[in-house]
Design a protein around this ligand. Sequence first.
Ligand SMILES: C[S@@+](CC[C@H](N)C(=O)[O-])C[C@H]1O[C@@H](n2cnc3c(N)ncnc32)[C@H](O)[C@@H]1O
Length: 192
Amino acid sequence: MQTENDKPKNGRPKKAVVTTATFTEVARHDWNSENECGLFMASMIKMSKYMTALEIGVFEGETSQHLINALPKGGQYIGIDINDYRTDLTKATMSTGGKSIDFILGNSHNELAKLPSNHFDLIFVDGDHSWESILPEFKLVERLVARGGVIVYHDTIHLDGPRKLVEYAANYNYNNVTLNTTEGRGISILHR
Ligand SMILES: C[S@@+](CC[C@H](N)C(=O)[O-])C[C@H]1O[C@@H](n2cnc3c(N)ncnc32)[C@H](O)[C@@H]1O
């Protein structure tokens, strides 16, 4: 019989987890970016003294936590997701004092148009990876990036949409570097 606890939450089936006194590991969903991607962007924020970060596609918020924790006092983080899958730890991190932190529940195609121009030092794009979505979304993202800022795409090695986007942007004077990641998914930094 299905109990309240077994019901899908926010459309994602909840997996039954069996643990023992010696086995307490919980499965990690592969929609989460590799941890190293979050650590890498956190280093970029600290190294370049970035103040403003935007993430498109928050999911459980493992990367969001890295971005938020790396921002200095007075820094700003905005995360947009069409669903709210955030874990309790992510929600707690998003309540960190001394920083401006917002989670916007909505479609990036609608929400990005409401954000200020030339504003974000780092924009991490990791939502809908289809070409049909990622191309018009890129045109909205371009307006938001601050002078000297970077647009970072995940999955640019193993998924066609993001890979094609990096090639497309190169035709519009974006320099880019694509790095391999621990699970071979790839991360690309766009800058001009
Ligand atoms: C791969 S997960 C994001 C993983 C997260 N950035 C990380 O690094 O762990 C993709 C997320 O994008 C969200 N998404 C898909 N299409 C979207 C859209 N059009 N606007 C906003 N969020 C979207 C999904 O709900 C999902 O949570």
